[in-house]
Design a protein around this ligand. Sequence first.
Ligand code: ADP
Ligand code: MN
Length: 494
Amino acid sequence: CPWGAPNTTSISCSLADVMSEQLAKELQLEEENAAFPEVVAVAEGPFITGENVDTSSDLMLAQMLQMEFDREYDAQLRREEKKINGDSKVSISFENYRKVHPYDSDSSEDEVDWQDTRHDPYRADKPTTTPRKGFIGKGKDITTKHDEVVCGRKNTARMENFAPEFQVGDGIGMDLKLSNQVFNALKQHAYSEERRSARLHEKKEHSTAEKAVDPKTRLLLYKMVNSGMLETITGCISTGKESVVFHAYGGKSATEDKVIPPECAIKVFKTTLNEFKNRDKYIKDDYRFKDRFSKLNPRKIIRMWAEKEMHNLTRMQNAGIPCPQVVILKKHVLVMSFIGQDQVPAPKLKDVTLSSEDMKKAYYQVLNMMQQLYKECNLVHADLSEYNMLWHDGKVWLIDVSQSVEPTHPHGLEFLFRDCRNVSQFFQKGGVAEALNERELFNAVSGFNITADNEVDFQAEIEALEKMNEDHVQNHGKKLSMFSSDGDPPIYDE
Ligand code: ADP
Ligand code: MN
């Protein structure tokens, strides 16, 4: 109890310490703001690290619940505020007591940063500071910083700096004087209370490493569970550089016509921007996104990756290529059907040992899918390898298509060639004698007939084709190049 018998050893925390702690806090904040202006504004946190997967998801759920409790608390607070103020001209604001940070309480599209601009008539003026020399005044009017009355008043005024939930009473308006000893004991208690409350509510602005996803994402996920669309989010399946994937059991759809798969995968695109910077080249030159790219802020660009994955998956679905089925897209969170069963994701091709018969079957299926992808979906996967192909139900499923581009993308054919190299190497190493080499595969998928028999010349021809296409786009516009307008396979006209 702060009012208990004061003992001198407990006054270890001097005012100077507190002030310097505060200063340090401010300085750090300033530094962070300067170093990562965008990132800090977005307040995005790191994601699950892969360890403690269970506790992480429990933590996430607990935080969601906490958020809900806090919301209720705030609602109650608002009712009380209303009751107390009634029609009175002078009103008392409970704003400071709210538990949910305004950042989280508003889930609308693009939020204006919240500010409390109201004037609080009860706020005490800042106490005048005693200059360094330690006294003010002259002669017999001299007042030192140790003056009891001045100190007492200052101490009282300083109580204002305690956390808002710390009840100090309404002593500010009176001429209340607190002794240093009492003040220090109070202050210590106030600060430990503040730390406790910070731990409980996880200061939203300072994300910590333990946090699974940032508060905004957590809220999005929470809403999906709350609306009944998802039954439960069970845990994390994968943590990559650019995304975190969760498993969830599907719930009921709000609309009759849509069926939620019994098991879902939730792909959360990471909103920390570093990793996405080097992916610019995929999206910047994709004409589907060209007009929008320049005007976007980084957060929107990340949403665009999610959007891209959704569009590409839909195209593939329409062509009948085995791939996850899109359930819903919310900002940077994509919900799709789960490939696997009972929370166990289907293994990647790199992790599964197939019989030579299955291996051969898989190869022909992949060859087929690559052709379909190119000709029917007008897409190049651009990250195709044994890492992004799952083995499920006796066949290969393609995933991870956020970076996929159309073949007319300025680097589309290079991406295709890289895909061909990965696929060809994987199946040749896997003992499929029929597997085409990368150059043959490229021709088989694209319909070109590049005859170069070595990698360097082949690559050069690919780049020449891309260049030709670019020139064509410059002169004739997109529609005329490479494709006829009704979406037939590409034809280069010279
Ligand atoms: P990244 O860009 O991080 O590689 P992916 O889309 O490849 O993202 O997903 C990462 C991992 O998550 C995959 O390797 C796969 O194991 C798992 N995964 C992703 N989507 C699904 C899904 N629909 N069903 C089952 N597992 C999935
Ligand atoms: Mn992947």
